[in-house]
Design a protein around this ligand. Structure first.
Ligand SMILES: *[C@@H]1O[C@H](CO)[C@@H](O)[C@H](O)[C@H]1NC(C)=O
Ligand SMILES: *[C@@H]1O[C@H](CO)[C@@H](O)[C@H](O)[C@H]1NC(C)=O
Ligand SMILES: *[C@@H]1O[C@H](CO)[C@@H](O)[C@H](O)[C@H]1NC(C)=O
Ligand SMILES: *[C@@H]1O[C@H](CO)[C@@H](O)[C@H](O)[C@H]1NC(C)=O
Ligand SMILES: *[C@@H]1O[C@H](CO)[C@@H](O)[C@H](O)[C@H]1NC(C)=O
Length: 501
């Protein structure tokens, strides 16, 4: 290098010029011993020096300060650490062991454009941390487990926001809303996003660069919009690995560039178990259903009131369980309990319509030992009905559009078949849901018959012994499970899949 300069006079002159200028700079400002401060540039480089804090002697007119890969003693950075460098345009604090950033830490750096806090151990970014800053790039990459507070970005303007490898799964759109309009570049790759709901589209549409690859996306009808967006605006995803699917199993590992519209499907909810326990003064009704996406459950009481049960967020492959307690399981005349399982593919309704026996008649009849016979003798009636409702949705045609009613012994397979052709659900899905609903209904009815018969026996027995109605207490809780129904359902499902139906 120096030998080269000897033989090139122009280079030599430049060298001399730089030397002179650097002399001027040394006179006008200082440079910390451990740092490198090239003249003219007003840059200060102090990376990988194991510095426990921002070193003294950094020129106040520094434009670019690089403190990457040091080892700050105090894991919290605050306003006092940087406020004197009012000319700073670029600040690099990557790999310094920072855990917290106090609010307004950078507020005095009015010219700051480039802020890099990657590869730290950030625990959280609290509300208003970056308010009043107008940045070009804010790097928060490689801070696994960082929690972003709801208003963390309120008051911030930035064109680029980078969240690569932060183990984020719960970053809500709400948090990014303050950046709507200014944000052009967003990195969310290498995180834990399993889905993006369609509201993200308004933000994604405004971006010129987006990375969401390497997330465990669950590719069902709910993210079909994202696939469409990917196809219609390839330039936004240019130059980076395409988003890919982690589940369902048939799409595992497939990139968006290698799947089709038809792969993004949802599945109607299917009831897996219904469990009914009546006690003297309360009843417990349990409903278990699965589907893709995991359904939301509603229990509807005879009086029309409703309880709602959301799926647990943790695992997309789980079922939803709805447990309702009802204080008066002995309603006046007719009681209809309904469990509705609902997801974007549609609603499946499980109805128990119970007609209670007429008290006058009961008193006149002798008790019977045989519950089945007894239930035939008394006007206890259970009507049951399974109902599947579909829904047409805006973003795509993956949702079914059907209305299949299943009553008692008339499961209309031909009907279901027609529906299945119309929509993009497989025949097995529909038949599975229909047959499952029907079977479970039937079994639940048997259970209800049984319970009521038992209760009735007690009632009559005690009445014969001279007790009044108010004295009557029902027996200990009884528990009936429909495991058998589940097994039968599985068998039927298997038969269906084997194509023998
Ligand atoms: C920031 O300032 C605080 C308090 O003045 C100090 O304890 C800490 O070491 C400083 N951090 C850095 C990185 O200089
Ligand atoms: C986001 O910004 C765009 C224009 O930049 C605007 O049309 C849209 O309404 C904004 N959306 C929200 C939710 O603020
Ligand atoms: C797309 O899938 C086919 C087979 O399904 C495979 O051979 C090909 O390598 C895949 N292409 C990409 C880019 O993943
Ligand atoms: C499904 O049930 C929910 C709750 O009752 C209701 O809001 C929704 O409109 C229903 N969807 C369809 C397609 O019937
Ligand atoms: C389902 O039942 C409702 C009323 O219970 C009825 O209005 C509707 O037409 C039925 N649908 C079919 C497909 O039978």
């Amino acid at each position: 290098m120096f030998q080269g300069l000897y033989f090139k006079p122009i280079s030599l002159w430049i060298c001399v010029l730089v030397f002179i200028l650097s002399g001027f700079r040394t006179i006008s400002s200082t440079c910390p011993g451990v740092c490198f401060c090239p003249s003219i540039t007003r840059n200060v480089y102090c990376p990988r020096k194991n510095l426990p804090y921002v070193p003294n002697g950094i020129p106040l007119d520094t434009i670019q300060l690089n403190l990457n890969d040091n080892n700050f003693l105090n894991p919290t950075i605050s306003r006092t650490n940087f406020s004197r460098f009012t000319d700073l345009e670029q600040l690099y604090l990557s790999g310094c062991g920072i855990e917290f950033i106090e609010v307004d830490t950078f507020i005095d750096l009015k010219k700051l454009k480039w802020l890099d806090i990657s590869k730290n151990r950030l625990k959280s970014v609290s509300d208003y941390t970056f308010r009043d800053l107008t940045l070009e790039h804010l790097f928060l990459n490689d801070n696994p487990g960082v929690h972003i507070s709801k208003h963390a970005f309120l008051g911030l303007n930035t064109m680029g926001l980078y969240f690569q490898n932060c183990a984020l799964g719960d970053l809500t759109l709400e948090i990014l809303r303050p950046l709507n309009g200014t944000l052009k570049s967003l990195w969310l790759d290498g995180n834990k996003f399993e889905t993006f709901n369609q509201n993200w589209l308004y933000l994604f549409k405004t971006l010129s660069h987006l990375r969401i690859g390497d997330n465990p996306l669950h590719c069902n009808c709910e993210v079909a919009w994202l696939f469409k967006f990917f196809q219609s605006t390839p330039r936004v995803f240019e130059g980076v690995p395409a988003p890919s699917c982690r589940s369902p199993p048939r799409l595992r590992g497939k990139q968006f560039s290698n799947v089709t519209d038809d792969d993004f499907r949802c599945q109607l909810p299917v009831f897996k178990n219904v469990d009914i326990v009546f006690e003297s003064d309360k009843g417990k009704l349990t409903c278990l259903a699965s589907g893709d996406p995991v359904p939301t459950l509603y229990w509807i009481k005879p009086d029309g009131s409703m309880e709602k049960f959301y799926p647990k967020m943790a695992d997309l492959s789980k079922d939803t369980e709805g447990v309702m307690y009802t204080s008066d399981p002995r309603p006046t005349k007719k009681s209809m309990y309904q469990c509705i399982a609902s997801n974007p593919a549609g609603n499946v309704t499980f109805s128990l319509n119970v007609v209670w026996p007429n008290d006058d008649r009961m008193q006149n009849e002798p008790p019977s030992k045989d519950p089945i016979k007894e239930s035939e003798e008394y006007p206890l009636k259970v009507e049951k009905e399974g109902k599947i409702e579909g829904q047409k949705s805006e973003p795509n045609d993956k949702y079914i559009s059907n209305d299949v009613n299943v009553t008692k012994s008339s499961v209309n397979m031909a009907d279901s078949r027609e529906q299945a052709k119309e929509i993009r659900f497989t025949l097995v899905d529909i038949i599975g849901a229909v047959v499952g609903t029907f079977l479970l209904t039937l079994l639940a009815c048997v259970v209800v018959f049984h319970i009521f018969s038992r209760n009735q026996s007690r009632l009559l027995y005690k009445e014969q012994n001279g007790l009044t109605h108010s004295d009557i207490k029902r027996g200990p809780p009884s528990r009936y499970e429909l495991d058998e129904a589940e097994n039968t359902l599985k068998m039927l499902d298997k038969i269906n899949r084997d194509g023998t139906v």
